[in-house]
Design a protein. Structure first.
Lengths: 210, 316
C-alpha cells in the first residue's frame, strides 16, 4: 500500500502534502468552479450585452467581461450567501469601465480588426442601428451612459442606481434626463421621440405643462 | 432608419416610467448583434485566476501591446496615457471627496423672487449613512435639516410649536418632505438641480461634477493646502450656473463657489444667488442618524417654510 504522504515531486524542494487532503481540496475547488461556471454560462451573455452598452464595442466589452469575471472568480469562494452575484458583477463592470475611462487606457489599447460579416436585408438595417446607437452612447459622458444603461437595460430602480454609482437619487434623475436629451440630439426624434408614448424627458414635459 | 420594435425589450413599468420604452428598445437593439466571441472568456478567466497575477486591462487586448502596457504598469513609468481632462479631474475630485466624511460650511446670499435671501449653515456628511446634517447659523439659528441621498429631507420643527400646531401629531419633532417639491412642477431641469444643490452640499458637489464645460483656472491655496482651481458653467433655458471648484493636492474638493442666475419668473425664483461651500476634516467619522419614525410628520401638502413661519420660527 502506498504511503499516504506523497511528495509532489521528490527531491526538488516542493512541499509534501497529504494525498487525501489534496483530493478534498480538489473536490472543493471543483465545486466552486462548477458553481462559478454555471453562473457565468447562464448570466454571462446578459452581462456581456451590458458591457457592450457601457464600452461601445464588442472587443472592449469582451475585455471588460474577462477582467470582471476573473475578479469575481477570485472572490467567488468568499462571497456571502446573501450576496447576489449578478449585482456584484454589475458593480464590477460599472466601476471597472469607469476606471478605464478615467485612465483612458481603452483609447490607447489597439483594437483587433473584426472581419466584416455579410449581412443582408433586415439584418443589415439592424446592424446599422446597433452601430449607430452604440456610437451615440459612446458620445455620452461616462456617468450619463452608465445611468441610462442601468435604468433602461438593467431596469434598476433609481435608488439602486444611485447606490451603485455612489451619488444621490436626484443626480441619477438629472443624468437620465440629460442623457436622453443628448441621445435625441444625436439620433433624432424618430428614434428618441418626445411624446407621451415615447421617452420621459422631464424638462420638456415640464415646459409643456406650464 | 426605422425605430426598433419597443416590445422586444424588457417590459416597461408604465406606472413609474411610461416614457422609457423607446430607450429600452434602443438599448436592446444596440446589444443584440453579438458577433462570434473572439476568445473563450471562461478559459481566460481560469488561466488568469490560477496564475494569480495582477490584471491589466490592456492585457486582454491583442498580445504585444497588452504586454507592453502591463510592463508599464509594473514599472510605474506610464508615459503614453494622456493627462486627465479638467472635467475628469473635477469628477474624480468629487468622487474622492464623497468617499469619506467631511465637515462643511455653506454661505448663501442674493435675491430670489424679489426677496433677499441669506443664510449660513454648518454641517457634516456621513458616507456610511449617506446623509448630510446641516445646522443653520444665521438667520434661523439652530434650525436643523438632514438630507438623505435617496431624496428624503427631514426638517426639524421649531421647538415652540411642537405639540401646538393643528393637524401635527403631538410627538412630531421633524417634518419629512421629498427633495423634489411638488410646487416645482414645470421648472427646468437645471433649476430643479440647482434648487436641490442649494439645499444639500452633497448635491452641490454633484452639480459641479455634472458640468461638461470645465477648464483649469490656475493654482490656488488655502489654510494648509495647495491645489488647482477649475471653472465650470452649466446652462439651460431658465438657469445659468457659473462657478469654480478648488481641488487640493490630495484630489479632494476644498472649496466650491458658484453663482446661479434664474430667469424663471413663472415660479417666483428669478434672481441671482451666490454660494460658497468650504470642506474640511476629511475622513471624520460622525454618524448622521435619521429621526425615529415616531417623531416624524409626513404631509406632502405642507410646505415646511410655511409651517415654520406659522409657528413663528423667525428668530433673530
Amino acid at each position: 500500500m502506498e504511503h499516504p504522504v506523497t511528495a509532489a515531486t521528490r527531491g526538488d524542494g516542493l512541499r509534501w502534502r497529504s494525498t487525501e487532503r489534496h483530493r478534498a481540496e480538489g473536490r472543493h475547488a471543483q465545486e466552486l468552479d462548477t458553481g462559478f461556471v454555471a453562473f457565468a454560462r447562464r448570466r454571462g451573455p446578459h452581462h456581456l450585452r451590458t458591457a457592450v452598452l457601457l464600452t461601445g464595442d464588442w472587443h472592449t466589452a469582451e475585455d471588460l467581461m474577462q477582467t470582471c469575471l476573473a475578479k469575481l472568480y477570485r472572490v467567488w469562494h468568499r462571497l456571502d450567501t446573501g450576496v447576489d452575484p449578478d449585482s456584484y458583477l454589475r458593480r464590477m463592470l460599472v466601476n471597472t469601465q469607469r476606471s478605464w475611462w478615467r485612465a483612458r487606457w481603452r483609447q490607447e489599447a489597439p483594437v483587433e480588426v473584426v472581419p466584416d460579416r455579410a449581412v443582408e436585408g433586415d439584418g443589415e438595417e439592424r446592424q446599422a442601428l446597433a452601430d449607430t446607437v452604440r456610437r451615440a452612447l459612446a458620445a455620452l459622458p461616462s456617468r450619463q451612459r452608465a445611468v441610462l444603461v442601468l435604468r433602461y437595460f438593467e431596469d434598476l430602480p433609481e435608488a439602486q442606481v444611485a447606490d451603485l454609482l455612489g451619488c444621490s437619487v436626484g443626480t441619477v434623475k438629472t443624468h437620465t434626463s440629460r442623457a436622453i436629451r443628448r441621445l435625441r440630439e444625436l439620433l433624432g426624434d424618430e428614434l428618441v421621440p418626445d411624446d407621451p408614448g415615447g421617452v420621459n424627458d422631464l424638462a420638456d414635459q415640464r415646459r409643456d405643462s406650464r | 432608419m426605422s425605430r426598433p420594435d419597443p416590445t422586444t425589450g424588457p417590459a416597461a413599468d408604465e406606472a413609474t416610467d411610461p416614457g422609457g420604452r423607446a430607450i429600452r428598445a434602443l438599448l436592446a437593439a444596440a446589444s443584440e448583434d453579438a458577433p462570434p466571441p473572439t476568445t473563450d472568456l471562461l478559459g481566460k478567466v481560469h488561466h488568469r485566476a490560477r496564475r494569480r497575477r495582477a490584471l491589466v486591462p490592456s492585457l486582454a487586448a491583442v498580445g504585444v501591446a497588452g504586454v507592453l502596457a502591463a510592463a508599464a504598469v509594473a514599472t510605474s513609468s506610464i508615459t503614453a496615457t494622456p493627462p486627465a481632462s479638467a472635467q475628469e479631474r473635477v469628477a474624480a475630485a468629487v468622487t474622492r471627496t464623497t468617499q469619506d466624511g467631511y465637515r462643511i460650511r455653506a454661505a448663501m446670499s442674493g435675491t430670489k423672487g424679489g426677496r433677499k435671501e441669506t443664510s449660513v449653515s454648518q454641517g457634516v456628511f456621513d458616507p456610511v449613512g449617506r446623509a448630510v446634517r446641516m445646522v443653520v447659523v444665521t438667520p434661523d439659528k439652530g434650525h436643523v435639516t438632514i438630507h438623505h441621498l435617496d431624496g428624503r429631507v427631514y426638517v426639524q420643527l421649531p421647538a415652540q410649536g411642537v405639540g401646538r400646531q393643528p393637524g401635527v401629531p403631538q410627538g412630531a419633532r421633524w417634518f419629512l418632505r421629498a427633495t423634489r417639491d411638488p410646487n416645482d412642477a414645470g421648472i427646468s431641469d437645471l433649476a430643479d438641480f440647482g434648487r436641490r444643490a442649494l439645499l444639500s452640499p452633497q448635491e452641490a458637489l454633484e452639480l459641479a461634477q455634472s458640468a461638461t464645460d470645465v477648464r483649469e483656472a490656475g493654482p490656488v491655496s488655502g489654510d494648509g493646502w495647495t491645489g488647482s482651481r477649475f471653472a465650470f458653467t452649466l446652462t439651460d433655458r431658465q438657469w445659468r450656473v457659473t462657478g469654480s471648484v478648488d481641488v487640493d493636492g490630495d484630489g479632494r474638493v476644498r472649496r466650491l463657489e458658484f453663482v446661479s442666475t434664474s430667469t424663471d419668473t413663472a415660479h417666483g425664483v428669478a434672481g441671482t444667488l451666490h454660494w460658497l461651500l468650504t470642506f474640511w476634516d476629511f475622513g471624520i467619522r460622525e454618524r448622521v442618524t435619521l429621526p425615529p419614525d415616531s417623531q416624524v410628520y409626513r404631509d406632502p401638502a405642507r410646505d415646511p417654510k410655511e409651517l415654520a413661519e406659522r409657528l413663528g420660527n423667525r428668530r433673530s
